[in-house]
Design a protein around this ligand. Structure first.
Ligand code: NDP
Length: 328
């Protein structure tokens, strides 16, 4: 019986539990590509899955981990053969389909992308779902015609994973970046990634007014709730905010005022089911445009056996930048 090491979430009468154990390869779910996972990442959603804080796990037992890089071991998919380096983000992996915190994964080949040229597997997972989502946000803002000439760009949850990559990408593209953080002691870190100004998270936590003084032309929001409503109220006429996260809450206590009186736009970003075309385009942009030195500065690496204790840490907003899980 072939087994491999994996983190496994199980549900019993006492609720959800998480354990590091041997997993039987025969119990992997259906898929036409089997991958030897070499790296994964730690994302906010992985924290939710490992702790059970929100019901993101929809099937038990579940191997958590929503993204991986690895090497194809066996493939019945026409686009992939044994030895190919691949990357996966999203598609319900780590939620409804057995995930990445394991030495093996079996998935649909249609979910994979080839490892982007110019990136190592470790760098691809330093970017991970978080960085790829930040790229989708930037692309959405650009598609609306927004550019640095329009005014500053604001990034909330800036010291987190999506935020850190977002700050770096926007700064490198020439934007004057305002980084919103609750961690004043990360100011130097954020400036090192290219932030021009640091804003205290508390400034955006107040009950939002329908409109407030115009401060930025573009925004990348990872937190939702009142901070997003305040970002919208402070967006310049014709500007836009790309919203991808809910670290502050699922609600959006806003009004239509920014939309109808200033022509502000709100772009929703869902990285999970992005089709192959835009998915590969975003990865190609990341390989081309992301400052790999900045990526290294925002990245911490842990072993597979360590990731199980980091669920509460990321949900507590205590993880700086990105965490790579080195598996093999
Ligand atoms: P991180 O935990 O790394 O970053 C979140 C950051 O948000 C924290 O570091 C903190 O930044 C800030 N934050 C945390 N709690 C609060 C709070 N109560 N109020 C205001 N700010 C807070 O997570 P990720 O970067 O991995 O993910 C960020 C968000 O984006 C999550 O909600 C995640 O689910 C979502 N996401 C969505 C995707 C999609 O496809 N739509 C894909 C990937 C992520 P600081 O200390 O600097 O203030």
């Amino acid at each position: 019986m072939a087994t491999f090491k994996a983190w496994v979430v199980e549900k019993g009468e006492g609720g959800q539990s998480l354990a590091f154990k041997d997993f039987d390869e025969a119990d992997l779910m259906d898929g036409d590509v089997t991958v030897r996972v070499t790296h994964s990442g730690l994302n906010y959603k992985d924290g939710l899955a490992m702790t059970g804080r929100m019901p993101v796990v929809r099937r038990f037992p579940m191997i958590p981990g929503i993204d991986f890089a690895g090497v194809v071991e066996r493939s019945e998919h026409p686009d992939y053969k044994s030895g190919d380096a691949v990357v996966l983000t999203g598609w319900g992996v780590g939620e409804t389909h057995l995930g990445a915190y394991a030495e093996r994964a079996r998935v649909k080949g249609d979910w994979l992308v080839p490892l982007p040229e110019g990136l190592s597997p470790a760098q691809a997972m330093a970017i991970g779902t978080a960085g790829y989502t930040a790229m989708l946000c930037v692309i959405a803002l650009e598609a609306h015609g927004l550019s640095p000439e329009a005014g500053p760009a604001v990034v909330s949850g800036a010291a987190g994973g999506v935020g850190s990559v977002g700050v770096s990408l926007l700064a490198r593209a020439g934007w004057h970046v305002l980084a919103v953080t609750g961690r004043g002691d990360e100011a130097e870190y954020l400036k090192g990634l290219g932030a021009a100004e640091i804003l205290d998270r508390a400034e955006l936590a107040a009950d939002p007014k329908p409109l407030a003084k115009e401060r930025w032309a573009a925004g990348l929001d990872t937190v939702g709730s009142k901070p997003l409503a305040n970002l919208l109220a402070m967006t310049k006429a014709g500007g836009g905010i790309a919203a991808c996260g809910n670290a502050a809450g699922m609600d959006l206590p806003s009004s239509v005022a920014p939309f109808i009186l200033r022509g502000v736009s709100l772009f929703g970003i869902n990285s999970v089911t992005t089709p192959q075309g835009p998915r590969r385009a975003a990865w190609a942009r990341l390989a081309r445009d992301l400052d790999l030195d900045a990526l290294a500065r925002m990245t911490t690496t842990v072993g597979l056996e360590e990731v199980g204790r980091l669920g509460e840490t990321i949900l507590g907003g205590k993880v700086r930048g990105r965490t790579v899980v080195a598996i093999a």
